[in-house]
Ligand binder design. Structure first.
Ligand SMILES: NC(=O)c1ccc[n+]([C@@H]2O[C@H](COP(=O)([O-])OP(=O)(O)OC[C@H]3O[C@@H](n4cnc5c(N)ncnc54)[C@H](O)[C@@H]3O)[C@@H](O)[C@H]2O)c1
Ligand SMILES: O=C/C=C/C=C(\O)C(=O)O
Length: 488
């Protein structure tokens, strides 16, 4: 049985709390690991180790050397891709393709992009005239914010945790990471790789546990933590904001979404199906940027529904050890109950169930009967104020609504408390620009989905987040700025 210990000050440690919790396989429903739960003493030790590293070798290290170390770390992640893949797919039930093509490569990329960016980023300079005529020089200086608490979710554990740790370390901070209780493995393994490449002890620390009354809450309230970067549910973000308020801890939030896809009659239908098959069903719909609302211009509505149905019904259910599986389980029994409650709600509300709506029927004795599998599901016929259309479900499901005009569909797409992403399918460039520019979302893809240029500002508005991270935008949160005014 695997054991995931805490990683503090460069070494793996048992939790002083003596408490552990079970990690259950999403594919089989069986226990696969014991995970140590960090409570007050361990959280204190982790924060103190991070503070010591900040004042010690890491804080004193020249920027170029720090960035070179992070490039070395990225190479080491690539070199151990198989180990990270195995850890990730066993924790999450992801198909190997998603982990191999997306998650683990992004883990390395998330260090490379920020190491390269920091090496090549300067600061503002303004010359100002002064009454005595000699003038003054204004230089913008960046320094690390300090100890960053990183709280990450289970849906893309390694990608999303490194998306925060990468910029934090590149900017000279140290981190205490609290991965989701559902996905401890890759964050734990990264500690070993950090040691291998020579990242000083205390720079990267991992504490496992839950949110409320556990490691997560303790970390957000710790006076030694200078900023919290969080990815997760909106309501959790609200709780963390309250917890971080005492001490005015700065926060950067990437939260939930209820993202629309808009398919115009002039779209390339093959492309529209390929894009929405991925945006609805990739990672079993457990993607914050995924599509749960599709709007299709009426002349092509029936064709689109029929082709998406065929695509959904062709998906092959299985865990990472089932060759050819193209859709995996949901992360946990609890999350499956949540998704199935929406399946029931949709049926009770009178939705037309185009496909799915329940759990797959596997043969007697099939391992998948113990896993957390659900059917990919497509609905039509519900009103826009239905909870199915308004609330984030975070499963392999979508509701398809016809529309007749641009104004109508823009209003429907924007009628949401979220503002994370949107996808537009059209072959008309002017329309793509016109409609895309009116989307109240942080990211808009045209004829594509999940194309990610890590130099761009990433994040959402409204209930989808606070702040933007990505490229130079990450400097906003991960550094403190000083304006040095030199009288000439
Ligand atoms: N915007 C994005 O980029 C993005 C990316 C991925 C996932 N998400 C969102 O994340 C959610 C799915 O992930 P999840 O279920 O792990 O989210 P979650 O909010 O349940 O948990 C996320 C993390 O927060 C911790 N946590 C929970 N309560 C806490 C508290 N009170 N104090 C401190 N920590 C606490 C959890 O232990 C976990 O590590 C979805 O809503 C999805 O939309 C958003
Ligand atoms: O489930 C949400 C995935 C978010 C992806 C990113 O944060 C990213 O691509 O940087």
């Amino acid at each position: 049985m695997t054991t995931h210990k805490l990683f503090i000050d460069g070494e793996y440690r048992a939790a002083q709390s003596g408490k552990t919790f079970d990690k259950i396989s999403p594919s089989t429903g069986e226990k696969i690991a014991d995970v140590h739960e960090a409570l007050t003493e361990d959280v204190n030790d982790a924060v103190e180790a991070a503070q010591a590293a900040l004042k010690g070798p890491w804080g004193k290290m020249p920027k170029a050397q720090r960035c070179d170390l992070l490039m070395k770390l990225a190479d080491a992640i690539d070199a151990r891709k198989a180990d990270f893949m195995e850890a990730e797919v066993q924790d999450t039930g992801h198909t190997r393709g998603f982990a191999e093509k997306v998650e683990i490569p992004r883990g390395a990329a998330n260090f490379r992009i920020f190491a390269e960016m920091l090496k090549n980023t300067g600061g503002e300079y303004f010359h100002m005239d002064t009454p005595d005529g000699t003038g003054a020089a204004n230089l913008e200086l960046h320094r690390p914010k300090g100890v960053i608490g990183v709280i990450s979710p289970w849906n893309a554990p390694f990608l999303l945790m490194t998306w925060k740790v990468g910029p934090a370390l590149a900017c000279g901070n140290t981190v205490v990471v609290k991965p989701s209780e559902e996905s401890p493995a890759t964050a734990t393994l990264l500690g070993e790789v950090m040691n291998e490449v020579g990242i000083p002890k205390g720079v990267y620390n991992v504490i496992h546990g839950f949110g409320p009354d556990s490691a997560g809450e303790l970390l957000t309230q710790h006076p030694g933590v200078d900023g919290i970067t969080f990815t997760g549910e909106t309501r959790t973000g609200e709780a963390i904001m309250k917890q971080a308020a005492v001490g005015l801890r700065d926060v950067s939030f990437e939260l939930g979404g209820k993202n629309p896809a808009i398919v115009f009659a002039d779209a390339d239908m093959d492309k529209a199906i390929e894009v929405t098959m991925r945006s609805c069903f990739a990672n079993t719909g457990q993607v914050c940027l995924g599509t749960e609302r599709i709007y299709v211009e009426r002349p092509v509505f029936d064709e689109f529904v029929s082709r998406l149905k065929a695509g959904a019904e062709a998906l092959i259910q299985g865990g990472p050890d089932t060759d050819g599986a193209t859709i995996g389980p949901l992360i946990s029994a609890e999350h499956r109950e949540k998704v199935l409650s929406y399946y029931k709600k949709a049926a009770d509300l009178g939705a037309q169930i185009i496909t799915g709506g329940g759990v797959p029927d596997f043969p007697e004795g099939d391992y998948r009967n113990g896993g957390f599998f659900v059917e990919p599901t497509i609905w039509t016929g519900l009103p826009e104020d239905s909870p199915i259309v308004r609330e984030e479900i975070f499963g392999p499901c979508c509701h398809i609504q016809p529309f007749d005009s641009e104004d109508e569909v823009i209003a429907m797409a924007n009628d949401t408390n979220y503002g994370l992403s949107a996808t537009i399918l059209t072959e008309n460039l002017s329309r793509a620009h016109r409609v895309g520019g009116q989307m109240e979302a942080g990211l808009v893809w045209v004829n594509s989905w999940f194309l990610r240029d890590l130099r761009t500002a990433f994040g959402g508005s409204k209930s989808s987040g606070i702040g933007r991270e990505g490229g130079v935008h990450s400097l906003e949160f991960y550094t403190e700025r000083t304006n040095l005014c030199l009288k000439l």
